[in-house]
Design a protein around this ligand. Sequence first.
Ligand SMILES: [Zn+2]
Length: 270
Amino acid sequence: MDNMINLIKTFSGVFLVLALISWKADKSGPWVTTKGNRITLHTRPLNHSKTPSPDSLVIKQIISEQEEVIDYVNQKLKTNFNGPVEIFLYNYDEAKEKIGTNGGGFASMNGRQLFFTFYAQPVFNTLRNREEYVGVHEMVHIVTLNTLGNITTSFFGEGYANALDGNYGSRIENNRMFRQRNDSTVARMKLRGRLLTPSELLYNDSIPPRAFYPQIGCLVSWLFDTYGVEKINRLYPVKRKNIEAQFLEVTGESFVEMERKYMEYQIIRQ
Ligand SMILES: [Zn+2]
């Protein structure tokens, strides 16, 4: 029950931190290592710390969840990433010290390792209609690092992760945790006059993550639907200063025209 209270505090008070940062994780053991097809999962032994470690059943669920997530990301991005990926799952009470956060995790810059916090209670993702322990966001970073190139802008780097995840943060309803959908968050921001333009999302580096992540997720998802993922994939590794020119080159439409269409689409949706 104590764990549950901690969990509720974490999810209700703070947005999930889902940053891709070059934090040096402390990978020292002991670990229980379980292999899937493309995934190797490292978890803590039972009773390792005061908050729970996953048992063998949950370990199987997490591996199968993440194997499915790889397929989902490949299907959405038309990529064919086949691993391997190592996932290190830290118990909640040690995660902050070992990986710098207990509100999610991060992917390594080499695209081979993913570090994440273990929550005893999975969170329901209404878009994918299933419970998730690790979810989609960090695996998108892994797949794109391996197939599309390094992250050169947060516009596409975080844009892809948030578009495919479709959620940012979580909320509690009737004692159950749900991921917070980007489209509902952006709808609320629109009502408060806080819809950001594609230019702002590309050039303004001081937008807080709680506004940037849902908005860039909605924009990139719309870019996929409007121009096709293959074309947007070609823009993924482009440097920020070249994106507007390359956008025209790849899609045949100017960035300004795209911006006008996107804002119109958002206004009509309201
Ligand atoms: Zn990220």
